[in-house]
Design a protein around this ligand. Structure first.
Ligand code: ADP
Length: 583
């Protein structure tokens, strides 16, 4: 349980001054808190023996007031220092986590569900932060403060009475431990149920259109109700134990009081202690309740923190399966790109998704990649982006294997436009600026022209400032594709990859965009994967993939002469286009 502090030692070492200061002020505040009960006893003794003068009373009252003010100030200081430490720890671990997420490859995201990752970045981080705030507080209070109180009661009043009143203490510790373990187990279950529900909500919201289209609302609602019922039951189970906790504690505390009062009164009659001592003693007993609780709380906080830290560390410790080489080679220009006998299979699959690919490309060329769905087009691009390990053969840029270059360098060259567009919940302007953060409106208008989006932007309510994405205006598939194109154009990358990025725009728009593209990318390399072959007819070289193998290759004219899949597909698509034109 205490190893959670050990696991966080990097943090405590860094902030040791802050924590030393917080703990010292906390102890000073506790010590100040011990004085008022003694003052009270002192006053009562003087009342009893009728020796209380108005002057003495004034001193006592003023002393009391001063103590209140000092106690307030010191408490503020430790509270602020200690709990801001917790916030710092939360921020620190959160940035660690997000940096890690950004470095991870698809394998990682295949392993962890989004809802789970969200739970780790919120609930678990909170639990960890608690150890650095509330955990430290309960640690100090349940040890130092408790000993200070007991010592005060023993030395300044009576050890006999103190020990007698503390008899229920061990029983309390045992019960607390039992309850604590039960709460922990039930709480863990409740959290897991909460995590599952989270995921369910996420999927329902994301898939709301599909749910409606397939009239699955009722089923989804039922499923969701079962989930909430589960969460409810598990939290009720926690609440039940929680509810038993306090009354049990009250009984034991009441027992302590009874002993304190009964045995204390006897001692007063025997003149061993004064009446004032008895009153002070009972106030101290009352003060002892918190440190006792603190023991339980400490166990609780540390256990939760430890479990959460393990979960977060497991995520952070997940090593990316694609790593930077130890000594990356720097390549300044993308002169050539070469695939030499490249084969690849996704982790966990048996057959090769790409087989013996050979390709040689020089700067300025446009490469068309076509083939049936599932033939390996996207996979080819993912390998260029270095998203997966285990590539057999070599992919070389300017003669250097990609594996010997830094990931940042490779990705800085590439502008990748996937078929499924990602729109961030920001304005159109900011979405395009993802390609170049300091792009001016002028530049943005220019690339929108290239992507044929200018007419559309005029229709949007606030033009470039229109918010899109999840919480904004819903763009059509074709519009999203064109915003994504503009984003890639503004980056003006060395290598532009359009992965079926024109699938949702009509034929006319497509040919205009292609014409712009040819003009713009004369001296740079462009890959275009497409279902509609008209998008690649202009390419310098076209490869036709079939089950991961290059089945045909050449220019458009060569492929037409070849009399294979390409020709057949091209003619069929021409026919369809003609039909469309007539109707
Ligand atoms: P295309 O882009 O030509 O439609 P893909 O490159 O997406 O084809 O897919 C090629 C093959 O790889 C398909 O059989 C597909 O099922 C498989 N595949 C794609 N992604 C994965 C993955 N992450 N894990 C396992 N197999 C995959």
């Amino acid at each position: 349980m205490f190893q959670v502090f050990k696991k966080l030692d990097w943090f405590f070492k860094h902030y040791w001054k802050r924590y030393t200061f917080a703990i010292i002020t906390l102890i000073i505040a506790s010590a100040i808190g011990l004085i008022p009960p003694r003052l009270l006893g002192y006053a009562i003794d003087h009342i009893q023996f009728q020796t209380l003068t108005s002057q003495l009373l004034t001193i006592i009252v003023v002393g009391y007031l001063v103590l209140i003010v000092v106690h307030y100030s010191v408490s503020f200081i430790w509270d602020y220092t200690l709990f801001s430490g917790a916030v710092i720890l939360e921020r620190w671990t959160r940035s660690k986590l997000i940096n890690h997420f950004l470095r991870m490859t698809p394998t990682f995201y295949g392993k962890y569900k989004t809802g789970d990752l969200m739970a780790r970045s919120t609930n678990d981080l909170k639990a960890i932060a608690q150890t650095a705030g509330f955990g430290v507080l309960t640690l100090v209070d349940s040890t130092t403060f408790m000993f200070m109180l007991i010592a005060m009661m023993g030395f300044s009043i009576s050890w006999k009475l103190t020990l007698a009143a503390l008899i229920p203490l061990p029983i309390m510790a045992i019960i607390m431990n039992k309850y604590g373990a039960a709460i922990h187990a039930r709480f863990t279950e409740a959290q897991a149920a909460f995590g599952n529900m989270n995921n369910e909500v996420l999927e329902s919201i994301r898939g709301v259109r599909v749910i409606r289209a397939f009239v699955q609302e009722k089923q989804d609602k039922d499923r969701f109700e079962a989930m909430t019922e589960d969460v409810y039951q598990k939290n009720i189970a926690v609440a039940k134990i929680d509810a038993m906790f306090e009354p049990t504690m009250k009984i034991l505390v009441g027992l302590s009081y009874t002993i304190g009062l009964g045995y204390g009164t006897v001692l007063v009659f025997q003149n061993v202690i004064s009446l004032g001592d008895l009153v002070s003693f009972n106030v101290y007993l009352g003060m002892l309740i918190w440190p006792m609780f603190a023991v339980g709380e400490l166990i609780n906080v540390l256990q939760r923190g430890n479990a959460s830290l393990d979960r977060v560390n497991e995520t952070i410790g997940y090593e990316a399966d694609v790593k930077d080489p130890e000594k990356p080679m720097s390549v300044t220009e993308v002169e050539t790109i070469e695939f030499a006998n490249v084969s690849f299979s996704y982790p966990g699959t048996k057959r090769n998704q790409l087989e013996n690919i050979n390709l040689s490309i020089t700067k300025g060329q446009t490469i068309g990649v076509v083939g049936k769905t599932g033939s390996g087009k996207t996979t080819l691009f993912k390998l260029m982006l270095r998203q997966y390990p285990g590539v057999v053969g070599e992919i070389k840029v300017s003669g250097v294997d990609l594996e010997r270059m830094s990931l940042d360098q490779i990705r800085s060259w590439i502008g990748y436009v996937p078929q499924d567009q990602v729109m961030f919940s920001k304005s159109v302007r900011e979405n395009i600026q993802f390609g170049k953060s300091d792009a001016s409106d002028e530049e943005i208008y220019r690339v929108m022209e290239l992507a044929h989006f200018v007419e559309d932007i005029k229709q949007l309510p606030q033009g470039l400032d229109t918010k899109v994405g999840e919480s904004g205006v819903t763009l059509s598939g074709g519009q999203k594709q064109r915003v994504a194109l503009a984003r890639a154009f503004i980056k003006d990358p060395e290598i532009l990859i359009l992965d079926d990025s024109l699938s949702a725009v009509d034929g006319k728009t497509e040919s205009k965009i292609i014409a712009h593209l040819r003009e713009e990318r004369k001296n740079k390399t462009t890959f275009i994967a497409a279902h509609r072959l008209s998008a690649v007819t202009h390419a310098d070289h076209i490869i036709v993939l079939e089950d991961g193998i290059i089945a045909e290759e050449g220019t458009h004219e060569e492929l037409i002469q070849n009399d294979g899949w390409y020709k057949e597909q091209y003619e069929q698509q021409q026919l369809e286009d003609d039909k469309e034109a007539i109707s």
